[in-house]
Design a protein around this ligand. Structure first.
Ligand code: XIL
Length: 385
């Protein structure tokens, strides 16, 4: 009898533990809920890394408006920082001269406040996604007036609400020289200093960042460091540098990344990785001898995995993320935030850039919001500590 009772008990416990076993492919766990006795931080990036740095994501309009139910459940569980992917850019927020559209930006900020998130404004001064009226400005006085009004109005509206602004975005060329933009052309290199000064006045308690891609690479890094030093010497406030982190599974140079964290933080700046994603697809610029202006849209060669990422590449992606997060953990005292550029693979801009209509796999969650092996690797690094 005793034996029978014991056997039944064992069967029940085994069955129950099997049923309750957390399904690693189902990440949508509400805050505070425990699975199988394990704390929620076993499945939550922001919880796992809460003592290290913020974990962020970029939000698109439908996510901000809560139209995507799965995203709405996942985002607050996984992330404690949000960046506006597009809706604070000039073409959306000031579509016409002195005509502002704050609808989505207000909702974005409310969303962040509701979930007690670190809110990142992206971006005040950038050569891209400018409204047509800005591109048509012919004289420098008008451009200066635009810049002054834009920063005063946008940064001023969210002062005390947005925690960090990408004040100037992508002002450098690959060789470290200043990018030729309407701002440089009409206002000279002082436009960067002016943008930071305006932002500091309009949003005194907000962190001010310079944000760019490839600034972990030596030549461009040297340019960024020279730029930051000049700003500091001029007495301008700059609090951080954002390394975008649009890399690939071919592997960014880990040494360059380490050197960058060390060198930027030696300037007294916070370092963040602001737009992290790793493309898994061929890059048109890597095709030696190919014409990058060639139209690759619809080319099967350039879109090799429309029905799923092969296991070998899934493993490679996971290893890349693991290697990156090992470095991030090593320098956690210098890093403020790691933000992924999107919530899941299906929403990533890399499905449409640099070639439209491809199927890419750059993030930690797949198209069904399931955790990918890369998610497991990033979480496992914290288990080991
Ligand atoms: C991208 C968005 O993700 C896309 O939706 C949009 O079409 C183009 O811009 N560097 C940046 C980001 O600073 O603002 C860009 O975001 C990606 C590259």
């Amino acid at each position: 009898m005793k034996f029978l009772f014991g056997t039944i008990l064992v069967i029940i416990i085994t069955a129950a533990s099997f049923l309750e076993k957390p399904n690693p492919a189902f990440p949508l766990i509400p805050d505070g809920v425990k699975l199988n006795g394990a704390a929620v931080n076993d499945s939550s990036l922001k919880e796992a890394y809460r003592n290290d740095f913020l974990i962020g994501t970029a939000l698109n309009a439908s996510q901000i408006e809560g139209k995507d139910e799965n995203a709405a459940r996942l985002i607050p569980v996984q992330f404690n920082s949000i960046t506006a992917e597009n809706i604070m850019k000039c073409e959306v927020i000031q579509p016409g001269w002195n005509k502002y559209n704050f609808d989505l930006a207000d909702k974005f900020v409310e969303y962040g406040q509701k979930h007690k998130m670190f809110i990142v404004g992206h971006t005040l001064i950038w050569h891209s996604q400018l409204s047509p009226f800005v591109k048509n400005i012919r004289n420098s006085d008008s451009l200066l007036l635009f810049m002054t009004n834009h920063i005063n109005t946008v940064a001023g509206r969210y002062a005390g609400k947005v925690n960090s602004w990408d004040v100037v975005n992508e002002a450098l060329n690959e060789d470290g020289s200043l990018r030729n933009s309407i701002f440089l052309e009409k206002l000279g290199e002082g436009y960067i200093r002016m943008a930071f000064e305006l932002a500091a006045k309009a949003a005194p308690n907000t962190e001010l960042y310079y944000n760019d891609y490839n600034i972990e690479q030596p030549a461009k890094r040297a340019g960024a460091i020279a730029l930051i030093k000049k700003l500091k010497e001029a007495g301008v406030r700059i609090d951080g540098v954002g390394i975008q982190g649009h890399w690939s599974i071919q592997g960014p140079s880990l040494k360059d990344i380490e050197n960058s964290i060390q060198e930027y933080s030696a300037l007294g700046l916070k370092v963040s990785f602001t737009e992290l994603d790793l493309t898994c697809l061929p890059n048109p610029w890597d095709l030696k001898g190919s014409d990058v202006n060639q139209n690759f849209e619809g080319s099967a060669l350039m879109n090799p995995y429309p029905h799923g990422l092969p296991d070998s590449l899934q493993v490679k992606l996971a290893k890349c993320y693991e290697d990156l997060f090992k470095i991030f953990i090593k320098y956690k005292d210098k890093i403020e935030r790691i933000t992924f550029w999107g919530v899941n693979d299906g929403q990533s801009w890399l499905n449409n850039w640099p070639i439209k209509g491809r199927t890419n796999y750059p993030l930690l969650f797949d198209r069904n919001f399931k955790q990918k092996p890369a998610f497991g690797k990033v979480m496992a690094l914290k288990d080991k500590q």
